[in-house]
Design a protein. Structure first.
Length: 81
């Protein structure tokens, strides 16, 4: 079993993550962490994604035309009735 690491919360709510843990988990200065509450009063932290998945997908589709032109090209010619 690993030894427990402790950190004190400052008046401003800041906590210093022990260096040994930061090194092992690859947590670097400036990174964002996400926190979740768990049962039994536990706090779970994980590194946040670098980019929002929606932001990462932005610009993936090659375009250049107007939206109406794109929709018309996808729909094709209307059926004759």
């Amino acid at each position: 079993m690993q030894s427990r690491l402790r950190a004190r919360v400052t008046e401003r709510g800041q906590v210093t993550i022990p260096k040994r843990l930061r090194d092992r988990l690859g947590i670097r200065a400036g990174e964002t962490l996400e926190f979740d509450e768990a049962e039994g009063g536990r706090l779970v932290a994980r590194k946040a994604a670098e980019r929002d998945p929606l932001d990462a997908a932005y610009g993936v589709l090659a375009g250049g035309g107007a939206t109406d032109e794109l929709v018309e090209s996808l729909r094709g010619e209307p059926d004759a009735t």
